[in-house]
Write a protein that binds this ligand. Structure first.
Ligand SMILES: Cc1ncc(C[n+]2csc(CCOP(=O)(O)OP(=O)(O)O)c2C)c(N)n1
Ligand SMILES: [Mg+2]
Length: 223
């Protein structure tokens, strides 16, 4: 039985539980955005940028995102990070306030602006973790569309892992190149050359890459 078929055979109770869980996450994430923005506007947080309005497609994306996959995205992806279990409410606000303890802000210990998401590829001793056993995100950078070339590289890595032998520690990074790289970008940022170059190169290289454009009709705050 495939995974999709298993999902289709969910009982009504399980299906209802999943819908309610998704709805709860969407509401929690929305409330985080509204409260976070209020904290910024009243001067309690230095800078804030939030994911309201983009909750549902991110929950859908998280359902298809598997262990070993990589996200290369941008600052609107809080709901996705919550949905893959890499961000909770406490950590969201610790990031907003720039908490300098990694225990509290696991994204960057306050070194990045809030809304810059990441997962850890190294353990506390500096050794590689097994990235095929976790859901991964490269660390967000601030220049719009800067996440695009890295997305392409992550997707190309999967393809290379299918053919290349002799890579040290290979099984920690890839299972026969079966991983997918997931990109997110805002509509305005698709004007950047990096976006076009990445789409073009992905077509030429034929790599396992998904591109999601969060099209809200705005370039952050300008219509
Ligand atoms: C290279 C670069 N230029 C300008 C900015 C300032 N900036 C931050 S977000 C943004 C607009 C992004 O709009 P969009 O891609 O539609 O994303 P949204 O916030 O609407 O989801 C701009 C111009 C930047 N971060 N990087
Ligand atoms: Mg936009």
């Amino acid at each position: 039985m495939t995974e999709t078929e298993t999902k289709r055979s969910l009982s009504f109770e399980d299906f209802r539980a999943e819908v309610l869980k998704d709805y709860t996450l969407a509401v929690v994430s929305r409330e985080c955005s509204l409260l976070g923005r209020r904290e910024v506007l009243t001067g309690k947080a230095k800078f804030g940028i939030f994911g309201d309005g983009k909750e549902v497609p991110q929950i859908a994306m998280a359902k298809a995102f598997k262990n070993g996959d990589f996200r290369s995205g941008y600052y609107r992806d809080q709901t996705f990070m919550m949905a893959i279990g890499q961000l909770d409410i406490q950590q969201f606000f610790a990031g907003l306030y720039g908490h300098s303890d990694l225990e509290h802000d696991p994204m960057s210990a306050g070194r990045q602006m809030g809304g810059h998401f990441a997962t850890h590829s190294l353990d506390e001793n500096g050794n590689w973790k097994n990235l095929t056993q976790q859901k991964n995100s490269s660390a967000d950078i601030s220049p719009t569309a800067g996440q695009m070339p890295r997305l392409l590289g992550l997707a190309q890595a999967s393809k290379i892992y299918r053919n290349v032998t002799g890579i040290e520690n290979k099984t920690n990074f890839s299972i026969n190149g079966n991983e997918v790289a997931w990109g997110t970008i805002g509509n305005a940022s698709t004007s950047e050359g990096l976006f076009f170059e990445t789409i073009n190169a992905a077509g030429v290289l034929q790599v396992p890459m998904v591109m999601s454009v969060w099209d809200d009709d705005y370039g952050i705050s300008v219509h």
